[in-house]
Design a protein around this ligand. Structure first.
Ligand code: AMP
Length: 138
C-alpha cells in the first residue's frame, strides 16, 4: 500500500473524471470503471482513510445514509431487483484502491458478484464474543 494519493483522491480533487451519481458534503458516488454488471456503483467518503474501521462517526453516518439512496436509484435505473454491497479492507481481502469504498453491484442472472463462501463452525463462540465486546467503544 503506497502512501500517495489514490485514484479516488484524484477523482475527489477533480484531476480525473468520473460518472458522478450522488454527492453531498461527506460522500461521493460514481460508476465503477470496470463494472461487474450494469449500474455497478461505488460510494466513497470524502474523508481519506484506507480502511472502514478508521472512518470518523460523521463519515460513517453519511455513508450509511447514502448507501440505500444510491442503491434505490441504481435498481430503478437498471431494473435489477437484487444486488450485493461489498466493502473490501486490505489487499488479501481483495482491496485494490486504498480509500474506503462500498460497491453496489446489481445481480442480474450471471452478471454481478460471484461469491465463494467457505463456512466454518462456531467454536468457543462466547469467549470470542466476550473479547469483541470488551474492545467495543460505546
Ligand atoms: P476494490 O478491489 O474493492 O479496491 O475495488 C476497487 C474498484 O475501483 C474496482 O472495482 C475498480 O474497477 C474501481 N476503479 C478503479 N479506478 C476507477 C476509476 N478511475 N473510476 C471508477 N472506478 C474505478
Amino acid at each position: 500500500m503506497s502512501d500517495g494519493p489514490t485514484i479516488f483522491d484524484r477523482i475527489l480533487d477533480g484531476e480525473i473524471p468520473c460518472h458522478r451519481l450522488y454527492e453531498d458534503d461527506l460522500v461521493l458516488a460514481f460508476l465503477d470503471v470496470a463494472p461487474l454488471s450494469p449500474g455497478h456503483a461505488l460510494v466513497i467518503p470524502k474523508e481519506r482513510k484506507p480502511f472502514l474501521h478508521q472512518l470518523s462517526d460523521d463519515s460513517a453516518a453519511a455513508i450509511g445514509r447514502a448507501l440505500p439512496r444510491v442503491a434505490r436509484a441504481v435498481l430503478a435505473a437498471t431494473g435489477a431487483e437484487h444486488y450485493n454491497v461489498l466493502q473490501n479492507n486490505g489487499a488479501p481481502a481483495h482491496q485494490a484502491v486504498f480509500h474506503v469504498h462500498f460497491h453496489i453491484i446489481p445481480k442480474v442472472s450471471e452478471q454481478g458478484l460471484g461469491i465463494e463462501w467457505n463456512a466454518g463452525s462456531l467454536d468457543d463462540a462466547e469467549t470470542l464474543a466476550e473479547s469483541i465486546r470488551k474492545h467495543l467503544i460505546a
